[in-house]
Design a protein around this ligand. Structure first.
Ligand code: UD1
Ligand code: MG
Length: 462
């Protein structure tokens, strides 16, 4: 089977510079979801009709195979005009073609499979060749959608668009979901006879369905399993609602795969994220991009994980951020930590309260539990970074690297000025400013001498 996605429209109800199908749901364009659904159906070929901001739409799919693009000159021409623009894709096709609105991100591939099966069943048991099957649903408030008008045998007579509907037709609650299976030769026989809508001047695809029915072709509607599936995203509030539906579907899948999601109404996990099982997600967490969380990972309340790998058993304590980084097994991050720019945190290390780690490689069992900045540093196994330690990696012009060996002790509030090397088992006394390399096993101390002046304090205070 072939599939055609209609995505040329302006989406004027979005009141946006950006084409409707480029707006995002969970950080992926609306049309990405439609394409994903179709890909799950193993279609032979997929085509997209583009028009408004065509180049931007094409860019989303760079590198995809068996995907074709057709250009609709007038993106206000209407949905039938979009089909005509792609006529080369389906004119000679002697089978059913799936046509789907680019603003229908909630349709499930299983539903489309069920539609395909229904066509076969009707053919086999009723001896009827369906010319079109339309995905529909009953909506309590059908405003804005095309209404499905049927005869008393249950066949579709026509679809009336909101703008053209009479008062009685507006009372119909069954609506057109914008997902169709057309028998191509029958569609071809009517498509050029579609006349512009008197209300909008557009060529409606739904008008083609009316013509089919007038010619005696049989058109039926197919009830969506879930009401939300037929929802079109026509303004930014519908976009927000669609995002919520997709967000909850992702969380439901992850939960059923054996991960615990607390307060799902507050959790944001994007489509490409992998949770490997027994992962525990506390409220208010966001996991974004290409992130993978190993078995038993726990992410504390309010944390953000983006494009990062957390190996088995990692704990992210509340209100921490991990971006573009790799945290190895059983390490602990946070609370209130920030790990970023390709940092690696070694096994069982602990980057604690108010610790920022940038572009650094941290070995195993390293502790930096309080108030530290570690930037452009390599830190060996079992080293201790005291409270308030700062790696001064920037001289106002350039960034420099620090190399810290294994089993090093860096006392609290020390300043390590890069470029620098601290040997294994070196010991930096608290409060030191270190701007020379320290050899293995040495103790370094640099502080002003302490003076104690008897009774002077009290004098100043009284
Ligand atoms: C359409 C249906 C309506 C249905 C609803 C379901 C028509 C005439 N009406 O209405 O019956 O209930 O979807 O959501 O089809 N597009 C083009 N070229 C155009 C116009 C639109 O490619 O000239 C694309 C849009 O980018 C969009 C899709 O077609 O992805 C649907 O267009 P839209 O304007 O959203 O149609 P609706 O008014 O929602
Ligand atoms: Mg729409």
């Amino acid at each position: 089977m072939r599939a055609l996605i209609l995505a040329a429209g302006l989406g004027s109800r979005f009141r946006s510079e950006k084409a409707k199908v480029l707006h995002t749901i969970m950080n992926k364009p609306v049309i990405w979801y439609v394409y994903q659904t179709i890909k799950e159906l193993n279609m032979q070929d997929i085509a997209i009709v583009v028009g408004h901001q065509a180049e931007e739409v094409r860019k989303i799919f760079e590198g995809e195979e068996n995907l074709f693009f057709f250009y609709q000159k007038n993106p206000k021409g209407g949905t039938a005009d979009a089909l005509i623009s792609a006529i080369d894709f389906w004119r000679d096709y002697q089978d059913y073609i799936l046509v789907i609105n680019g603003d229908a991100p909630l349709v499930k591939s299983q539903t489309i499979k069920n539609m395909q099966r229904y066509i076969h069943l009707v053919e086999e048991y009723e001896n009827i060749k369906l010319s079109a099957l339309i995905l529909s649903s009953f909506l309590p408030d059908p405003t804005g959608y095309g209404r499905v008008v049927k005869d008393n045998q249950g066949n579709v007579i026509k679809i009336v668009e909101e703008k053209d509907a009479s008062f009685e037709e507006k009372q119909i609650k069954e609506i057109n979901g914008g997902v169709y299976l057309f028998y191509s030769p029958h569609l071809l026989s009517v498509i050029f006879s579609v006349k512009p809508s008197p209300a909008s001047g557009e060529l409606y695809l739904t008008e083609a369905i009316n013509l089919m029915s007038q010619r005696g072709y049989i058109v039926r509607s197919f009830m969506a399993e879930e009401q939300a599936e037929v929802m079109g995203v026509n303004n930014r509030w519908e976009l927000a609602i669609a995002e919520n539906v997709i967000r909850l579907r992702i969380l439901e899948r992850l939960a059923k795969d054996g991960n615990t999601i607390h307060q799902p109404e507050t959790v944001w996990i994007e489509p490409d994220v992998i949770l490997e099982g027994n992962v525990e997600i506390e409220p208010g967490v966001a996991i974004m991009g290409n992130s993978r969380l190993g078995k038993g990972v726990r992410v504390g309340r309010g944390s953000i994980i983006q494009n990062s790998i957390l190996e088995e058993g990692v704990v992210v304590e509340p209100y921490s951020i991990v971006r573009d980084s790799y945290v190895k097994s059983k390490a602990v991050v946070g609370p209130f930590a920030h790990i970023r720019n390709q940092s690696v945190i070694g096994e069982e290390s602990h980057m604690g309260n108010f610790v920022e780690v940038k572009a650094s490689h941290i070995g195993k069992r390293v502790n930096a539990k309080h108030l530290a900045y570690i930037g452009d540093a390599n830190i060996g196994d079992r080293t201790n970074v005291g409270a308030g330690v700062v790696f001064a990696n920037y001289d106002g012009k350039r960034k420099y690297q620090s190399y810290v060996g294994e089993n090093v002790f860096i006392g609290s509030n020390s300043l390590i000025i890069a470029p620098i090397q601290l040997g294994n088992y070196s010991y930096i006394a608290g409060g030191s400013v270190i701007n020379e390399n320290i050899e293995e096993g040495a103790l370094a101390i640099s502080r002003a001498k302490l003076r104690i002046l008897k009774d002077k304090g009290k004098e100043k205070l009284t």
